[in-house]
Write a protein that binds this ligand. Sequence first.
Ligand SMILES: Cc1cc2nc3c(=O)[nH]c(=O)nc-3n(C[C@H](O)[C@H](O)[C@H](O)COP(=O)(O)O)c2cc1C
Length: 191
Amino acid sequence: MDVMQAINNRRSIRRFRSDSLSSDVIRTILDAGIKAPSGKNKQPWEFKVVTGDKRIEMVQIMREGIQAFKAKYGNVGSAEHSANIMEQAPVTIFIFNPYGTYPWQEKTIEQQIAETVDVQSVGAAIQNMILAAESLGLGSLWICDVFFAYEELCKWLKKDCQMVAALALGYTDEKPHMRPRKSLDEVTEWI
Ligand SMILES: Cc1cc2nc3c(=O)[nH]c(=O)nc-3n(C[C@H](O)[C@H](O)[C@H](O)COP(=O)(O)O)c2cc1C
């Protein structure tokens, strides 16, 4: 599968089969991630791979975090649904920026600039991973709803740097149509 095919065929997958993934396949996807470009070649990414029975604990922690968030702030959007998807997916990879701090920590302007650059680099790594997954016949879901259980998940994963996202992976059990896109003309101005 060439890159354009992977770009065009990829969809966010929210129904996974229970089949596990081999560690070789997971490593191939991670390897695609670390080949992404990064600002100053800092490679500001670290991964925590959750598989097998650890997923049960992960989802329990996430649900507890979501409940705590709900009690404090009310709305949790699609977070509960995302936790259900993570329960189903055989693999969830958490992606961290080791140079970044928790979102609510006060930051100097230099830190803010560095984190903005580093988060873009992490985004490039995640995009590489989801396209690699597509080319290997796997489905993926990029998940930021983990922010609703930010501290709980970081503590459970023993990370005190910046969590950027999670990525659910597995063999897909659905074939969604392409989700709507704004037209190119709507978002582009030629000068
Ligand atoms: C930064 C980012 C965060 C996302 N977070 C979530 C999430 O927490 N839960 C979820 O179900 N989908 C999440 N998505 C998937 C988007 O909803 C999806 O990409 C969008 O609706 C377009 O659909 P498509 O990926 O099938 O083209 C996220 C996507 C991105 C890029």
